[in-house]
Design a binder for this molecule. Structure first.
Ligand code: CTP
Length: 469
């Protein structure tokens, strides 16, 4: 096996651009981290962003308070505008208390030199109407502007989003449908309402969309968009190999890294398919995000064969072996310990066709000799990139080395197994990744929350071109 040759730090590029300054500073030992290096959840991608939330007069107005809180907790600056009818359901003070920012209601009650609905329009990076009543949507569609909220929306030239909430017959009314169509054609992102019990007691369409969905769609509208038009498949978690109807073989992978990768790729604009083992919780339903749960390694392979992807990131830890036979019912212990002969599962990465233009990213879960094993997997499985992380307790290995000293000698040597970081990646909140490239280069994503590690890995994936095979 040829040794990985040179160090090429993945770094923490902001919005996909690694800065040479950053590389030099890291080599010199300075700690420069982009904001994304601390993000531990998808909503953190909104940190530092300026969001205007327009609350209009429906019963769901009370839910807007939770939305404002969600964004504020994620580190966004949130300013709220209420219509007069919204203020019958919830007060500006509620929002001011939750966001620490002014909330606006009346165009005329704050006589200042600044024209506030215009300065707010200049300030906002995104304007989100939630809940959006039929009346307010009609005003938006027709350019009516007779209060703070409607004048602000007319003046705002940032991404506009609206989450309708109303009685299902109002939603289905031809006038509302036409208004929604007009708004969609003008580029307003409409966040589809859900189905369920409505405030009027009826059951049907028209419930305000799930708040996490609204929050995430807003984050995507402000994302870098550098994966727009790219179909990304991600796998996550352990598969389960049943030996009777109750019991199964599996491993300790939780799927957190794969889930983080799928969410980060989606936030950056990709069309994402996440195929996940049974322990991975279903993420909220999102447009452009398909979630499929599978049980076994054979199921995972079959599911992936149906996905039309350009980039595959195999973060799953599929079981390599399965019980050769599955007994129906529950094996009783009275008969003594059963013998479980195993059969080999297919290697998924090796089984998928290498169609031109497809990029294959594998993971390597290793308990020793991390980089050498990762490079061997890259060659054996014909991958474009391998992200290696530690799994299980550390065995043997070299004494701890300073990170920067290792980087300095990396032109000629394969570094020793990394010794810093959180150790076992399975089930951990953080990850420390070592990236091995096809041309022998390697680089490191220093330890950080899994979502931040996923974001940094995508910064690298974005720049890769599929190998000629
Ligand atoms: N993988 C796969 N099919 C399998 C097992 C693993 O495609 N049956 C993928 C994993 O999703 C990962 C990569 O192969 O992207 C390496 O997985 P890893 O568990 O580290 O290695 P294995 O190939 O299973 O080999 P070993 O267990 O001997 O280390």
């Amino acid at each position: 096996m040829s040794a990985p040759k040179s160090h090429n730090p993945a770094g923490e590029p902001r919005r996909g651009h690694a800065s040479p300054h950053h590389d030099r500073a890291e080599a010199a030992g300075a700690k420069i981290q982009s904001p994304s290096a601390s993000w531990s959840s998808p909503l953190h991608s909104l940190s530092g962003r300026r969001l205007a939330l327009v609350v209009t007069g429906g019963v769901a107005a009370y839910k807007a308070a939770e939305l404002a809180r969600m964004w504020t907790r994620a580190g966004a600056e949130v300013r709220v505008v209420l219509t007069e009818n919204a203020a019958r359901f919830i007060t500006p003070l509620t929002f001011e208390s939750l966001t620490g920012q002014p909330a606006y209601l009346d165009m005329w009650d704050r006589p200042q030199f600044e024209i506030e609905h215009i300065s707010l329009a200049n300030w906002a990076e995104a304007a989100v109407v939630a809940p959006a009543t039929a009346d307010f949507l009609a005003k938006m569609a027709h350019g009516l502007a007779d209060d703070f909220a409607s004048t602000f929306m007319l003046a705002a030239d940032c991404p506009l989003l609206a989450a309708p909430a109303m009685n299902s017959r109002m939603l289905a009314a031809p006038a509302t449908r036409a208004n929604l169509q007009t708004l969609a054609e003008r580029g307003v992102t409409l966040i589809a309402p859900g189905t369920g019990q409505l405030a009027c007691g009826e059951v049907g369409d028209g419930r305000l969309a799930d708040l996490e969905t609204i929050a995430l769609i807003t984050a995507r509208s402000l994302g870098p968009g550098d994966f727009v038009g790219r179909a990304v498949a991600v796998t996550a978690g352990s598969t389960r190999e049943p030996w009777d109807d109750i019991r199964f073989l599996a491993n300790r992978s939780t799927g957190r890294m794969g889930l983080a990768l799928a969410q980060a790729a989606w936030l950056r604009g990709a069309d994402v398919t996440l195929v996940a083992g049974p322990a991975v919780p279903a993420p909220p339903a999102l447009p452009g995000f398909t979630f499929q749960a599978v049980e076994t390694t054979v199921d995972l392979l079959a599911a992936l064969r149906e996905v039309d992807f350009q980039t595959l990131i195999m973060a799953a830890a599929p079981a390599d072996f399965r019980p050769a036979e599955r007994t129906s019912g529950k094996i009783k212990k009275g008969g003594g310990a059963p013998l479980l002969p195993l059969a080999a599962n297919p290697d998924i990465l090796k089984s998928l066709p290498r169609e031109p233009g497809r990029l294959f990213v594998g993971f390597a879960a290793e308990d020793d000799d991390l980089l050498r094993r990762a490079e061997a997997k890259l060659r054996d499985k014909d991958l474009d990139l391998v992200a290696a992380n530690r799994a299980g307790p550390r065995r043997g290995g070299a004494p701890p080395q300073p990170r920067h000293g290792r980087a300095a000698s990396a032109e000629t040597e394969v570094p020793s197994p990394p010794t810093s970081g959180s150790g076992d990646a399975f089930a951990a909140a953080d990850n420390h990744l070592w990236l091995v490239f096809r041309d022998g280069r390697w680089s490191e994503i220093t330890v950080r929350p899994k979502f931040a590690a996923a974001w940094a890995l995508l910064d690298v994936v974005r720049t890769l071109r599929p190998a000629d095979r």
